[in-house]
Structure formats: structure tokens, C-alpha cells
Design a protein around this ligand. Structure first.
Ligand SMILES: *[C@@H]1O[C@H](CO)[C@@H](O)[C@H](O)[C@H]1NC(C)=O
Ligand SMILES: *[C@@H]1O[C@H](CO)[C@@H](O)[C@H](O)[C@H]1NC(C)=O
Ligand SMILES: *[C@@H]1O[C@H](CO)[C@@H](O)[C@H](O)[C@H]1NC(C)=O
Ligand SMILES: *[C@@H]1O[C@H](CO)[C@@H](O)[C@H](O)[C@H]1NC(C)=O
Ligand SMILES: *[C@@H]1O[C@H](CO)[C@@H](O)[C@H](O)[C@H]1NC(C)=O
Length: 213
């Protein structure tokens, strides 16, 4: 009986401690989110819904109140991606798929997202060239499929992406040769990138087929 009481006291203490150590949203991150919202005038978001942005729809923070996840698929978001997204430097998961985002990727901002692991911007109307500096070397998954991205996919990109496991850029307007050696020889773990429905030259497919993998 006494054991049980002590056990419950310990539980109570621990949950109080957890409550005390929960930090409200990092104010700098909160400002960045409000700037992000300025660029998406029409959406079904009810931001800001409280003083603590960690409680807003689609937002997850770590224990210290830094925003780590921005997860807003299918929210009727139209507009562009604000450069202020680059100030969310603790972001690891970004999912804005199935919205109506237009225009370019904020290329000067993405390199600041040094913790980014998951990037899903599929099913939007983004128009841009792919930048070799776009993504962090923690990146594991890239889904940019079904947009209007164009230009070359630089091989240097894959050399930096040692943790990349999934890469889907199908249904865009990429052109030019794809050096398949880029990922066959490099350390990244992508085995079957999806590059379908682009204008990439067929030599790539040939190389991939004869590659000893
Ligand atoms: C949260 O962000 C602040 C400011 O960037 C940083 O000093 C702190 O280490 C971060 N906390 C974690 C858990 O990453
Ligand atoms: C992004 O969200 C959509 C809708 O919920 C989901 O289908 C998709 O799997 C998510 N992307 C990733 C990489 O988990
Ligand atoms: C990012 O934060 C800095 C302050 O450190 C600010 O000057 C800058 O305007 C912010 N960038 C954007 C695009 O909001
Ligand atoms: C994007 O691709 C990833 C990896 O294949 C997948 O998990 C995710 O569901 C895809 N996103 C959507 C919206 O289908
Ligand atoms: C890549 O994305 C497209 C949708 O844009 C989807 O149809 C296809 O199945 C995806 N490929 C892989 C390998 O998941």
C-alpha cells in the first residue's frame, strides 16, 4: 500500500515537472510563422489561435519551444512560400502537399533549414529551377512531384545528401541529362528515384538498367 502511495507521488511529481519544463513557443519562430502566413492570404488556417504557437494547427515544437514540424497538407493554402521559412532553423519536417502554392521556392531560405529531414511540397504549382544548395545534408525524403519545376537536377545535389532515401520529382518539367552515376556512386541511399513525367533524356534510364545494383 505504501509503495503504491509513493509510486503515485512520484508520478505526480514527474508530471508537474513535465508541465513546468514545457516551454511556450520560441518568439522568434512565432514571428517567422506569422510572416509565413502573410504570404498565404487565403487558407483554412485559424492562426494565430493562441499566444503559444506550439499549439497552433499543424505546428509541433520540441521541449524548448522551437518549431520542428510544419505540417499543413490539404489546407487550401494559396500564395507563395515566404522567405521567412528559412528562419525556422529547427524545422525537421515540412509538409505543404496538396495546396495551391505558386511561384518559386525561396532558394535563399532553404539552406538555413539545416535540420530538415522530410520535405513534401508535392501537388502544388511551384515553378522554379532546382538548386543544388536547396537541402540540408540530413535530408531523408524529398517529394516535389506534381509541380512545375524545371531546369537541370545537378548531380552535386546527391553528393551532399548522404541520408536521402526517397526522391520523387515526377510530373514536373525537368530537362537535360541526368548523370545516373550521381547516386549510384555516391553515398546516398536512394535506389529508385522517381523522375518520371519529365523531359529528361533516355540515356539515364539505360544507365540505370545496366547498373550493377
Ligand atoms: C532552441 O532554439 C534556441 C535558439 O535558436 C537554441 O539556443 C536552443 O538550443 C534550441 N533548443 C533545442 C532543443 O534545439
Ligand atoms: C504529407 O501529408 C499528406 C496528407 O496527409 C500525406 O498523404 C503524405 O504522406 C505526407 N507526406 C509525408 C512525406 O509523410
Ligand atoms: C529572419 O530573421 C531576421 C532577424 O534575425 C530578420 O531580420 C529577417 O527579416 C527574417 N527574415 C524573414 C524573411 O522574415
Ligand atoms: C511523397 O512521397 C513520400 C515518399 O514516397 C510519400 O510517403 C508521401 O506520401 C508522398 N506525398 C504525397 C502527398 O503523396
Ligand atoms: C511520385 O509521385 C507521384 C505523384 O506525383 C506518384 O504517382 C508516384 O507513385 C510517386 N512515385 C513513387 C516511387 O512513390
Amino acid at each position: 500500500m505504501l509503495h503504491l502511495v509513493i509510486f503515485h507521488l512520484i508520478l505526480l511529481f514527474l508530471s508537474y515537472f513535465a508541465y513546468l519544463t514545457h516551454q511556450a513557443c520560441n518568439q522568434f519562430d512565432q514571428q517567422s510563422l506569422l510572416s509565413f502566413q502573410l504570404y498565404i492570404p487565403s487558407s483554412s488556417l485559424n492562426w494565430p489561435s493562441s499566444d503559444d504557437c506550439c499549439l497552433w494547427e499543424g505546428i509541433t515544437c520540441d521541449a524548448s519551444g522551437n518549431v520542428t514540424r510544419l505540417w499543413l497538407p490539404s489546407k487550401g493554402i494559396s500564395g507563395t512560400i515566404s522567405p521567412s521559412i528559412g528562419n525556422l532553423t529547427h524545422l525537421s519536417n515540412l509538409n505543404l502537399s496538396h495546396n495551391r502554392l505558386l511561384g518559386p521556392l525561396p532558394v535563399t531560405s532553404f539552406p538555413s533549414l539545416i535540420q530538415l529531414q522530410i520535405l513534401d511540397l508535392s501537388y502544388n504549382s511551384l515553378i522554379d529551377e532546382f538548386q543544388s544548395t536547396l537541402l540540408s545534408n540530413h535530408i531523408e525524403l524529398v517529394n516535389l512531384s506534381s509541380n512545375r519545376l524545371h531546369g537541370l537536377i545537378p548531380s552535386s545535389y546527391f553528393q551532399q545528401a548522404g541520408n536521402l532515401m526517397s526522391f520523387n520529382v515526377s510530373n514536373n518539367a525537368f530537362t537535360g541529362p541526368i548523370p545516373s552515376s550521381a547516386w549510384i556512386d555516391s553515398s546516398c541511399s536512394v535506389r529508385l528515384p522517381d523522375l518520371s513525367y519529365n523531359d529528361l533524356v533516355a540515356r539515364f534510364l539505360l544507365d540505370l538498367e545496366i547498373a550493377p545494383k
